[in-house]
Design a protein around this ligand. Structure first.
Ligand SMILES: Cc1cc2nc3c(=O)[nH]c(=O)nc-3n(C[C@H](O)[C@H](O)[C@H](O)COP(=O)(O)OP(=O)(O)OC[C@H]3O[C@@H](n4cnc5c(N)ncnc54)[C@H](O)[C@@H]3O)c2cc1C
Ligand code: FES
Ligand code: FES
Length: 1149
């Protein structure tokens, strides 16, 4: 669509205090991509693209010329159209602080308190807290925690992150370390552990060293933008590209005229609903209206009927208004507001709450949206306007169901929402159940309201609404009608449950699954409401209605998680250790500050290189099918598309012996890569990919473990392990139990999606491959073999990986092949950074598991025989499944010595994306399985779980089922220490007491031993190499074969080098892991990456140290600085050049 009849305006906003003028602003462009690609500010990260992870958080500051106020709030830049930023000031992590200029205390504290591991989420964390501190210089702990609601971290765990920021809180928090009476914040020594005499410490950093907070150093809101907002109050703003026109009217009248002219044009406010469909072709809008400057739509007024909230007010504003208003009103008038507030506390994260508008929430009517059920139950009214005039409609169930007669007209807009006061005889409650308390869509939510005839419990009006069940909020209208006139008693409740379950239909095949659970929630919410109302009636009329019994009272109230408390203890170094020796000390992550300032470079942060192309893949939509044809002709016509790459373009081997890089004749799972489109930009490549036409011929798929067993479809032979005499064991057992365990899979969700940048060199067909991988050698090997080259032509580089967890061992090699083949075909550099949805579609994760057990045990809880059958769903190729099932078979005994044991393991072959290595590598499945048996035995014998665990734990020196000698001394030490330190028994007693008193609410506590062996069964994987250079100025460069996945491997290598060479850490640098410096590295996994590489670094440094002997002998009192220049010591001559003396490659086995 051309730009209406008017020229496009200049889009003006500020980023980090600098003015940005975009003369050709594209309404479809989102801030995240603009920052990263146009402004080269790559500190703001892409993690999910749909507002869910917070990695892209920035702070937005806007000025309202009417009320003359500046508002600062966090926002997800992945959902923010740049055109919505006219007149705004954006602060990114680079603007908060940088190593070059000045780091901000927020960045410093996060790094020093070990709040980052891979560092990919870290800039987002910094920005969320930065926005909070701009609004509240001394926030409460509750505010700090809630500011981080929308930020996910996959590596670090939230304790160190929250600990880092506790120092900004107005109240001091303390770990309350049990029994010591000391606080972790005090950094005190915590005494000796009696047995080994080791010193245990807590407190990983010294708060006294923190930079002070200085708000005067922050950017002020640009006065120019205030002037601009003032001057442009009456001006319509238009921004247009070839495809889309963005119009920001300045008055309601103008908006209504535009809506009449373009009834299909959406009103984009937060873009948190519309923006979720951006990859959907049908979601294309040629005209977009932006109503954020319309005063009537921002109104907040307290009227006789209730509170009127402008439709463009965001949900955070709504929350703040309610928090402010509720205490000022009589309690009986606030019941709907309290219910809304309850939902607003857990709805999404602070970024989404600060962007999403009330009007957008109401109109988009998502099934799981939490406010609509209450707004509807509370009889809210929508104030509508169009060019034909104004009207009011109820936000009722007919509106929510989208019935035409009750809906808004295409040319109408919601100007505001009237949320009425409640009355004395009215009760309103809200409920939601999600997978976690915050930042997760509800599985089911509900808004319930009852109105009684005054002074009685006779129902006059009743509303029951549920979200998360159908495609929008559903009402149990008929059930409610039938219950009118009934008393509020147990008979009414039984009837209500029956009616609701009949009316709110949830067939077994309902989309979203969890049918049984969701049906249970329907009734649970109703039951809780019933009790809440009974309790309310008693409080109002204590003589007429009796109080709930203690049992029933326990169903009331919201579960509060409170401020998390935790403490990390670590073994201190020997008091005699040199203060300069950093080994064993809690050194900050080598990249910690860079993580926090956004200066740490991940693959997709590498600046575009000359001639670079972007790549998007076309994947199979069939689980199992023949490929009849691939038509790329339309894709090639898309502007910007350079080429389409298929299996035919692979000059060498298309993958490895087990897995194809490009599917050739057949697809074996949904998400399998068939071909790739390369274009000048990613958007063009994606548009091209959508135009590739593939014809399939369906084949029968095998999807589940059950299917695979039926079809005898396995990846490998059965793995079997036997110990003792199983049959005899069962015969002598007092009792035998049998059971099953089903366990689903798991997504890796490394925050950095798979990314690769391939740059062909000018000579000898060499290629540089920058790749996010745990296994650079495999990438090198597979790319070389695909291009029919020797490995020595492929240079792999990995500086750091934004989380991997096993998911980046095998798959990145295939992504690198795809990009390398495209680079080879086009002769140009190719970038392939997967979008989250593609990454999740293409890659597998943790293996789903099915286990059958038969366990024979004695009355005292001793397990004397166990027969285990274990199955995993390996997916469509072998990948690591053979090893995973072996690991399960070997480790399923966990910490228990079962004298007669048989374990059989099967890796099923199905048409799912291939499952692969995943944190724990089969142990979580095996562990859960055997613990299920322990719990079953405890239940049968009536013994406490921990007693059954203890009685079956290994003791003394034994042999495992696979004949490895195992001394249980440490197991028992650890068990006893955990029991003691956690105060397990007294906590358990408290839990039991709580559970006795609370029929409906339960607490749990468990202690589980774990025997987890690190490393690999094939010991040749325990090899490592290191290359250490000492330069003439005395500085040291350390390289090794391990890859930084966030575990801090490089930091530890530097600590080792520092100890061995006896120099401070500041002299030593690590640059990158590369196949050119340390060849043939094994994959960094199995919890041994640090140990094996450390040995190589240590070896190299020790040899170098020895080689320096002659120099040191000449100047024994000298320091490193005195020994560094070899010429000075006469060693750098023709006979013996100095350089080789100071570099050493070491390979350890
Ligand atoms: C990561 C994430 C997590 C979320 N979690 C939750 C959650 O836990 N609970 C929950 O309830 N919701 C949740 N949401 C949904 C969120 O509440 C809605 O997306 C949001 O309220 C929509 O508001 P918006 O301003 O962004 O709408 P937009 O996306 O800007 O617009 C949505 C639609 O509303 C229309 N519209 C907007 N304003 C008006 C108006 N005044 N008049 C007429 N039409 C209008 C637009 O035309 C468009 O069709 C989540 C969303 C995201 C992205
Ligand atoms: S929230 Fe924006 S990238 Fe995840
Ligand atoms: S450090 Fe948070 S995701 Fe890695």
């Amino acid at each position: 669509m051309a730009c209406l009849d008017k020229q496009s305006d200049d889009l003006v906003f500020f980023v980090n205090g600098k003015k940005v003028i975009e003369r050709k602003a594209d309404p479809e462009e989102l801030l995240l991509y603009y920052l990263r690609k146009e402004l080269r500010l790559s500190g703001t990260k892409y993690g999910c693209g749909v507002g869910g992870c917070g990695a892209c958080t920035v702070m937005l500051s806007t000025y309202d010329p009417v009320v003359k106020k500046i508002r600062h709030h966090p926002a997800n830049s992945c959902l923010l159209p740049i055109c919505s930023l006219h007149g705004a000031a954006v602060t990114t992590v680079e603007g908060v602080g940088s190593i070059k200029n000045r780091i901000n205390p927020i960045q410093e504290r996060l790094a020093k308190c070990h709040g980052s591991q891979c560092g990919f989420c870290t800039p987002g964390m910094v920005m969320s807290i930065y926005a909070l501190l701009r609004n509240h210089v001394k926030p409460s702990m509750e505010q700090i925690i809630s500011a981080l609601d929308g930020n996910l971290c996959r590596c670090t765990g939230y304790r160190p992150i929250i600990d880092s920021y506790a120092s900004f809180a107005k109240e001091q928090t303390c770990c309350q370390l049990r029994g010591t009476g000391q606080c972790c914040l005090e950094q005190e020594e915590l005494g000796c552990s009696s047995s080994a005499g080791v010193r245990i410490r807590s407190g990983l950093c010294n708060p006294a060293e923190f930079l002070p907070v200085d708000p005067t150093q922050e950017f002020i809101f640009p006065p120019e933008l205030m002037r601009m907002a003032q001057e442009q109050q009456g001006k319509t703003l238009i921004f247009c590209s070839k495809r889309t026109t963005w119009i920001s009217p300045s008055s309601l009248k103008e908006l209504l005229e535009l809506k009449a002219k373009y009834p299909k044009a959406p009103l984009v406010v937060g873009n948190t609903s519309l923006g979720l469909n951006k990859n959907d072709c049908d979601a294309y809008h040629p005209i977009v209206l932006h109503p954020l400057r319309i005063p009537e739509m921002q109104v907040v007024s307290i009227t006789d009927d209730g509170i009127v909230i402008g439709a463009t007010c965001c949900l955070a504003q709504l929350r703040d208004i309610l928090i402010e208003t509720i205490p000022k009103l009589p309690e009986e008038k606030t019941k709907i507001y309290q219910a809304l507030l309850q939902q607003l506390r857990t709805l999404a994260g602070e970024q989404i709450r600060s962007m999403a508008s009330l009007g957008g929430h109401v109109v988009s009517r998502g099934s799981a949206w939490d406010l609509n059920p209450i707004l509807c139950a509370g009889k809210s009214v929508l104030n509508l306007a169009s060019d034909g005039g104004k009207r009011q409609i109820f936000l009722d169930d007919q509106f929510l169901a989208g019935h035409k007669h009750a809906d808004i007209e295409p040319k109408e807009v919601i100007v505001s929402v009237l949320i009425p006061y409640s009355t004395k005889d009215e009760f309103i409650s809200a409920f939601r159940q999600a997978e976690r308390q915050k930042n997760a869509f509800s599985i089911v939510n509900s808004g319930l309201r009852v109105l009684f005839s005054p002074g009685t419990d006779t129902i006059v009006d009743l509303s029951i609404l549920y979200g998360g069940i159908g495609s929008t909020t559903l009402s149990a209208r008929k059930s409610c009608e039938k219950l009118i006139g009934r008393q509020w008693n147990d008979q009414m409740l039984s009837e209500a449950c029956k009616l609701v379950l009949e009316e709110i239909s949830l067939p077994p095949s309902a989309s979203g699954g969890k049918v049984e659970y969701r049906r249970t929630l329907l009734v649970s919410f109703l039951f809780r409401f019933y009790l809440e109302v009974l309790h309310g009636l008693h409080q109002m009329y204590p003589f007429r209605y009796s109080e709930l019994s203690q049992d029933k009272m326990s169903a009331l109230g919201v579960l509060q998680s409170g401020v998390p408390q935790g403490v990390q203890l670590y073994q201190d170094v020997d008091p005699g250790q040199s203060p300069q020796d950093p080994v064993g000390r809690p050194i900050m992550h080598q990249s910690g500050i860079k993580h926090a300032t956004g200066e740490a470079v991940f693959i997709d942060d590498i600046r575009p290189v000359d001639g670079e192309l972007s790549l998007a893949v076309v994947t199979s939509i069939k689980a199992h099918a023949k490929i009849k044809s691939i038509d790329i002709s339309e894709a090639l016509q898309v502007p910007g598309v350079i080429n389409v790459v298929t299996a035919k373009d692979v000059p060498g081997k298309n993958g490895n012996d087990e897995e194809e890089a490009f599917a050739k004749d057949k697809v074996i799972c949904v998400g399998q890569i068939i071909c790739a489109v390369v274009a000048e930009t990613l958007t063009q490549a994606q548009r091209g990919a959508k135009k590739v036409k593939i014809v399939y011929e369906d084949l029968q798929p095998v999807l589940t473990i059950k299917d695979a067993i039926e079809h005898n479809s396995y990846i490998t032979e059965e793995r079997k392990l036997e110990k003792g005499d199983i049959e005899k064991g069962f015969k002598s057992a007092d009792k035998i139990i049998e059971g099953e365990l089903h366990m689903g899979g798991q997504e890796h969700f490394y925050l950095e999606t798979n990314s690769v940048l391939v740059i062909p060199r000018m000579e000898d067909k060499e290629m540089d491959v920058y790749v996010s991988t745990q296994h650079a050698t495999d990438v090198q090997k597979l790319v070389a073999s695909a291009l029919n080259l020797q490995s020595n032509k492929i240079m792999c580089h990995t500086k750091r990986v934004g989380g991997a967890f096993g998911g980046k061992i095998t798959k990145p090699s295939f992504f690198a092949v795809i990009a390398a083949v495209a680079a080879n075909k086009t002769g140009r550099p190719v970038r392939f950074a997967l979008e989250r949805n593609m990454d999740m579609l293409i890659t597998g994760g943790r293996h789903p598991f099915f286990g059958k057990y038969k366990v024979g045990f004695m009355k005292d809880g001793r397990i004397i025989a166990a027969d285990f059958q274990c199955y995993i769903n390996g997916g469509c190729t072998k990948d690591e499944s053979e090893l995973v099932i072996e690991y399960i078979v070997l480790k399923v005994d966990n910490a228990y010595n079962i004298p007669n044991l048989r374990v059989r393991g099967h890796a099923c072959k199905t048409n799912l994306p291939s499952n692969t290595a995943f944190r724990g590598f089969g142990f979580p499945q095996a562990g859960l399985f055997v613990e299920t048996c322990i719990v079953a035995v405890a239940t049968k014998t009536g013994l406490p779980h921990e007693k059954v665990r203890e009685i079956n734990m290994y003791r003394g020196v034994n042999r495992t089922a696979f004949k490895e000698e195992f001394d249980a001394e440490n197991l028992w030490k650890c068990w006893k220490e955990c029991l003691d330190k956690s105060d397990y028994h007294s906590r358990n007693a408290k839990v039991e007491e709580f559970n006795r008193k609370n029929y409906w609410k339960k607490k749990g506590i468990a202690i589980i031993p774990m025997k987890f062996s690190v490393g690999f069964n094939a010991t040749y994987f325990h090899q490592a190499g290191a290359l250490v250079h000492i330069y003439l100025d005395g500085s040291v460069l350390v390289t090794h074969g391990g890859i930084e996945l966030g575990q801090g491997i490089h930091t530890k290598m530097l600590q080792i080098a520092s100890r061995e060479l006896k120099i401070p850490l500041s002299y030593i640098h690590f640059c990158e892991t590369s196949s050119t410096t340390v060849p043939n590295g094994k994959y960094t996994a199995g919890s041994v990456g640090t140990e094996i590489n450390a040995r190589a670094v240590q070896d190299a440094c020790q040899i170098l140290w020895k080689r320096l002997d002659p120099i040191r002998r000449k100047n024994p009192k000298g320091k490193w600085e005195d020994w560094r220049l070899c010429d000075k010591h006469g060693l750098g001559n023709k006979e013996r050049p100095c350089i080789p003396i100071f570099s050493l490659w070491s390979c350890l086995f």
